[in-house]
Design a protein around this ligand. Structure first.
Ligand code: NI
Length: 177
């Protein structure tokens, strides 16, 4: 159990495609998930993908309640999602502000599908199959992008909608990413 260093944009490991997990229930996978959870909670993050701690496996965690970094967003149940697949439902795309622990202190306006179905597995290899929308859908899309080597700034349509949190949202006292 350990808080790991979150690597930052510019590190080539964040640009690599991650590999599927082949074995569930292993001590290595349990240890990875514990470290990811400790790291995410320590930084008050809404989600974390394994590549962000330098592990190239298709593992993400997410979930939060009343996170000060996302005022007004609905809570999302804590979820371990391994080998995920995403299927958009409908074609409606919403723009929303995102941050990332690998891009600290910044926010960008990112288009994401409003609603989608996601499947995958939990830590024990039990299948997960959920249909979600709004912030829950946004968080999953952000985290799964990490597994394909995509950081949110690459999704921003107009780079005028990218900047430092303190300048974009003065006085809102958003927590550090
Ligand atoms: Ni991120």
């Amino acid at each position: 159990m350990a808080i790991r260093e979150v690597i930052k944009m510019g590190d080539p490991r964040l640009l690599a495609a991650s590999q599927p997990v082949a074995e569930f229930g292993s001590p290595e996978l349990r240890s990875l998930l514990t470290d990811m959870q400790d790291t995410m909670l320590n930084l008050n993050g809404a989600g974390l993908a394994a590549p962000q701690i330098g592990v190239g496996l298709r593992v993400v965690i997410f979930g939060f309640q009343e996170n000060p970094r996302y005022p007004g967003a609905d809570s999302v149940p804590f979820t371990v999602l391994i080998n995920p697949t995403l299927t958009p439902i409908g074609e409606i795309v919403d723009e929303g502000w995102e941050g990332c622990l690998s891009v600290p202190g910044m926010r960008g306006l990112v288009p994401r599908y409003r609603e989608l179905r996601y499947t995958g597995f939990d830590a024990a290899g039990t299948p997960i199959d959920r249909t979600v929308k709004d912030f829950h859908a946004r968080v999953v899309q952000h985290e799964v992008d990490h597994l394909d080597g995509i950081l949110y700034p690459r999704r921003i349509r107009d780079l005028k909608d990218f900047g430092f949190s303190e300048a974009l949202f003065p006085g809102e006292d958003l927590a550090e990413d």
